[in-house]
Write a protein of this length. Structure first.
Length: 97
């Protein structure tokens, strides 16, 4: 999640189900944060990370309006450009700093 920028200020990001700031489940799958008209899943997923978008508990609100990290892993497409981004978190490689 790029949480190395937050140092020790984002301890919940590794165990988001412990004290989630936000959750997606079968009660809110069509909210924008959980996928809107095409929900990512209806299974429970907790979110507790400063690096996520603000609607999932990320920090800084409007200051990061151009930041796009809607989930732990995600894809984003722009069909008109024949362009696709696939993002996956591999920070475990830097687990000990």
């Amino acid at each position: 999640m790029g949480n190395h920028d937050y140092g020790n200020d984002d301890p919940g990001s590794g165990c988001p189900n412990r004290r989630p700031r936000f959750k997606c489940d079968d009660t809110n799958p069509h909210t924008e944060a959980c996928g809107g008209a095409r929900p990512y899943s209806t299974e429970y997923q907790g979110y507790d990370s400063n690096a996520l978008n603000a609607d999932k508990g990320g920090v800084d609100g409007d200051l990061r309006r151009n930041w796009h990290a809607p989930d732990y892993t995600y894809y984003y497409t722009i069909p008109e450009l024949d362009w696709e981004l696939v993002a996956m978190d591999w920070n475990v490689e830097d687990f000990w700093g």
